[in-house]
Design a protein around this ligand. Structure first.
Ligand code: ANZ
Ligand code: ZN
Length: 921
């Protein structure tokens, strides 16, 4: 073979690794371990470039750590339950199980050619009964420890998917998947007690030094700790013995500016009123039509209903405030009731203006807001820092109160002394509702018995498996709702407690449960308990977790809770309460977009109901084109995107550059050329995240077939730092391929030099050796610090040095072998091939990582700081053995020094060779 041929060498070396069992993770107590994990994929059926980037990063780490002597665990599995499988079954009539396992097989076929160092013997899918059976066992453990419970709750109901959604799954008031407006419903559901861990989950974030700050901030905000005052307003003439309304406030310092009290439509008081008054019932019903998410409440126009009731101000019994029901009060935050202070809260101000309620400032804006128009006079609400002086209103607060903080303390003291309230800390984090009314999920292992109530299934009866069909008849997934609910026999079972007839729970678990512990299962995927203590103790924690920022909150927070719960139940060691030691969130792969218009004619009835039959409407519609359908060329300094099939239609061969350019020139000044009703010259839109709808996707399978996996791997790592987006371009891929070909060629040539060839000069040998050690040092640092692009830049430089080097065959061969080693984490097949050609011992995969010789890193130059009058002002780079006089000359020629001297001479000039230059003026 005389040239780089990825399609031959890649399968060859993959087979060699397979045969040598290179990637089997073995628990070897004599060696340190390293667990690297990429967030496991959903088996949609196709891998995309985001996967390629994610897994390549993990693979670089895994291969590098293995070479460093670690026993590496690098597993892969499938997050396989969830709605898309059911939707596919609904649309095409198949079975979610068949669809899912079919997709897994396909994706695995696409992944294998990437040459990832994965221990496939540990592979599992969360829909394997062996996996979800252990999840059910764990659910029973959690039940026993009070970590999961049942309660009636107002939930978000997706009327299209016919399922409950977590608040997180409601986006802009719509179901995250179906896009249908969400409704509120009261249902009995299972909940994990994550809220008990709010403080702990918050505190422990401080210890996660190797997590991105932005992820920690997002989690902090999500947990949402607030400290404040909870106190009662007494109700004047409350209905049916209701004599008080409890409110929660973070700003009791604004109590003197209170102008109304508002309760949620689901507040007990609102519910009492709605039973008796139709107008209240109608208003509450309107409020309930919105979802329960805070985001949605925030965006909706603020609506209130004046109940006619009043409460007394706690500081002044003669002062009465009206009570409203309002649509922006959450029932499950604080007490579901607030007092409104329009002067200091914009939302309250809008409400007060709408319903003509008083506005009274308890603070005046300070000098930082001199131009501020008081809200009383039509300005915006002013949110005062608590350190600011309060303005006394109606005499409250006493003389000792100066600042907001003091006013808060005084208000808390007052309420505590008078028995109307107390200081509290509350959290935004709610318990995690896990019940889903779906088929394709992990069945919740309990039964409902008329005599015994809710009874946990016996562990020996696990797994409670999903029925594949309905007694031999296929399940009809096209009927909305949960097929388990209407299954003729699966539902009927025996009560594990009394043996009487009972019904199974037909709800299944939220798929976030499945992904909250899979990382622990990888440590012992075949264990007949959720984990195996020795394996968990050895392999946990995940040393490096890699995934998308989109999982910053839910998945990562749920997993942190699960790890704690698993520890309580004895499934994970104490140290694994935080299961991910380091987290890396990688950027996306983007691509520019190609857009044209296409002539269409549509039935006019689409636009006008009364249009006569057969009438059509003509128009141009935007059409996106796949990069594979497009040729980009540069002509006269402009980049053009051309639709290849369109060129063919015009009789131009897209492969013939000259013909294409000639055609472009010819079509200038003419009407935009079309083919088949479509434009041939397309617009180019800027790069954006690859997405199917914009068609700016490249198919990894095609790229690998065209260039080989190593090119794809090299490219996704090379152009930008891993945390940032990387833009995929055809020219970039070409360049990556060319570089790898060059590396292969250089190595092949060096391997071909006869041993008898003339040795190089000692200087040339030494120079190459220095460059080699520098490369070892820099690439190692780059990989260690997740600076893969930086490591790759060093490899480019080292390749150039090697190519130009006049060193002799021995030195060159050594340097080339080191190049292969350094490249092996990124381009393992190429590296293996070069290593082999160069006579490397065994496989380069797993071969001990080269060590940089520190003495070879010492530079021949030194950087000397220049101090002027004791302050560091500049620096100069000088040859190491330069004499004092020469250094002085160079120092005086330095710009900063020249400027400081302003033409004069220094009082003193002191040179400490190799250390520093001091100029005294
Ligand atoms: C009076 C007040 C005056 C407030 C003021 C704010 C500013 P955080 O910090 O996010 O915890 N609130 C309390 N319970 C609520 C509920 N169930 N639904 C909607 N709003 C609620 O927010 C606490 C503040 O949000 C509380 O402090 C309360 O309004 C409001 F100048 O009380 B405040
Ligand atoms: Zn029973």
């Amino acid at each position: 073979m005389s040239r780089y041929d990825a399609s031959t060498i890649e399968p060859k070396w993959q087979a060699a690794w397979e045969e040598a069992g290179c990637f089997r993770a073995v628990r070897d107590e004599s060696r340190p371990k390293y667990y690297v994990l990429e967030m496991f994929p959903y088996p949609s059926g196709r891998i995309h470039m985001g996967h390629v980037r994610n897994y390549t990063m993990g693979d670089v780490v895994a291969r590098y750590k293995a070479s460093c002597g670690f026993s590496v665990l690098h597993p892969m599995g499938w997050d396989a339950f969830g709605m898309p499988a059911e939707n596919a079954a609904m649309e095409s009539g198949g079975h979610p199980k068949d669809w899912t396992y079919g997709n897994i097989a396909q994706m695995k076929d696409q992944m294998k050619p990437m040459g990832l160092s994965i221990d496939w013997t540990r592979e599992f899918a969360t829909c394997d009964p062996e996996y979800y059976g252990q999840q059910q066992a764990m659910f029973l453990d959690f039940l026993e420890k009070g970590l999961v419970y049942r309660k009636a709750a107002t939930v978000n109901w997706d009327p299209v998917d016919m399922t409950v959604l977590a608040n997180e799954q409601v986006i802009d008031g719509k179901g995250w998947r179906s896009g249908a407006p969400v409704e509120r419903r009261e249902l009995t559901q299972w909940f994990f007690k994550i809220s008990d861990y709010s403080e702990e989950l918050l505190d422990a974030l401080d210890g996660l030094d190797d997590w991105p700050d932005k992820v920690k901030t997002m989690q902090r905000n999500w947990i949402g700790k607030s400290t404040g005052l909870q106190f009662a307003f007494s109700l004047v003439d409350g209905p049916h013995g209701h004599d008080r309304i409890e409110v929660f406030t973070t700003r009791p310092d604004t109590l003197m500016g209170a102008s109304f009290v508002a309760v949620s439509a689901d507040h007990p008081l609102a519910k009492i009123l709605e039973r008796e008054r139709d107008d209240v019932a109608a208003f509450n019903a309107d409020c309930r039509r919105m979802g329960t998410s805070e985001e949605e409440l925030e965006k909706a126009p603020k609506l209130g209903f004046d109940t006619g009731l009043t409460v007394r101000h706690p500081f002044d019994n003669a002062w009465e405030l009206p009570v409203y029901i309002a649509n922006f009060i959450l029932m499950d935050y604080g007490t579901g009731a607030i007092f409104g202070c329009p002067a200091h809260d914009q939302r309250d101000l809008e409400f007060a203006r709408k319903y003509d309620l008083p506005v009274a400032s308890t603070y005046v804006p300070g000098s930082d807001a001199e131009a501020h128009v008081l809200p009383e006079d039509g300005g915006d609400a002013y949110v005062p820092p608590k350190t600011r002086r309060v303005k006394y209103v109606r005499g409250f607060a006493g003389d000792e109160v100066q600042t907001g903080d003091e006013a808060i303390a005084a208000a808390v003291r007052f309420c505590e002394e008078n028995g109307v309230g107390h200081g509290v800390t509350i959290y935004r984090l709610r318990d995690w509702g896990l019940s889903r009314q779906r088929y394709w999920g992990c069945p919740i292992p309990v039964v409902h018995c008329e005599d015994c109530g809710v009874v946990p299934e016996k562990k020996e009866n696990l797994p409670v498996t999903l029925p594949y069909d309905e007694g031999g008849k296929p399940i009809d997934f096209s009927i909305p709702g949960n097929p388990l609910d209407r299954h003729p026999s699966w539902r009927d079972t025996k009560c594990p407690a009394c043996g009487g007839a009972a019904k199974r729970e037909t709800d299944t678990m939220d798929t976030f449960v499945d992904s909250s512990w899979y990382f622990a299962r990888f440590t012992a995927p075949d264990a007949d308990t959720p984990t195996n203590p020795e394996d968990a103790a050895y392999w946990m924690n995940v040393d490096q977790y890699i995934g998308g920022i989109e999982h910053a909150i839910l998945h990562l927070l749920y997993s942190r809770f699960f790890a704690r719960a698993m520890h309580i139940c004895g499934h994970l060691p104490e140290k694994s309460k935080e299961p991910f030691d380091a987290l890396f969130t990688q950027g996306m792969v983007t691509h520019e977009m190609y857009v044209g218009t296409m002539d269409v004619s549509e039935p006019a009835s689409e636009f006008r109901a009364d249009a006569p039959e057969g009438q059509t409407v003509q128009g141009g519609r935007t059409k996106y084109y796949l990069p594979a359908e497009v040729l980009t060329v540069e002509a006269d300094g402009t980049r053009y995107a051309l639709w290849k099939d369109g060129l063919h239609e015009h009789g131009v061969d897209p492969g013939d550059q000259e013909a294409v350019k000639a055609w472009l020139k010819e079509s200038q000044g003419k009407p935009r050329p079309k083919a088949d009703g479509q434009e041939v010259i397309l617009r180019i839109y800027p790069s954006a995240k690859m997405s199917k709808s914009k068609k700016n996707v490249v198919d990894p399978e095609r790229i690998i077939a065209e260039y080989g996996a190593d090119t794809a791997r090299w490219f996704v790592l090379s152009d930008s730092p891993p945390e940032r987006d990387v833009e995929w371009t055809a020219s970039g891929a070409d360049a990556a391929y060319k570089h790898l070909s060059r590396v292969w060629r250089i190595c092949a040539d060096i391997a071909d030099i006869a041993d008898s060839a003339e040795e190089g000069s000692p200087e040339a040998d030494e120079e190459l050796a220095r460059a080699m050690h520098r490369a070892i040092h820099d690439v190692t640092m780059g990989i260690d610090s997740f600076g893969f692009n930086a490591a790759i830049a060093k490899l480019y430089a080292f390749t150039n040095t090697l190519q130009k080097s006049k060193a002799g065959p021995t030195a060159k061969r050594e340097a080339a072998r080191v190049l292969a080693q350094l490249m092996s984490p990124m381009t393992p097949h190429l590296a293996e091939d070069c290593w082999h050609m160069l006579g490397g011992e065994g496989l380069v995969t797993g071969h001990a990582w080269p060590k940089a010789d520190a003495s070879m890193l010492v530079e021949d130059t030194v950087t000397l700081p220049i101090q002027i009058n004791g302050k560091r002002k500049s620096e100069i780079v000088v040859p190491k053995d330069l004499n004092k006089e020469e250094v002085e000359k160079l120092a005086l020629a330095d710009n900063a020094v020249k400027k400081a001297l302003d033409g004069g001479a220094p009082k003193k000039l002191i040179v400490v060779p190799g250390r520093i230059v001091n100029v005294v003026i």
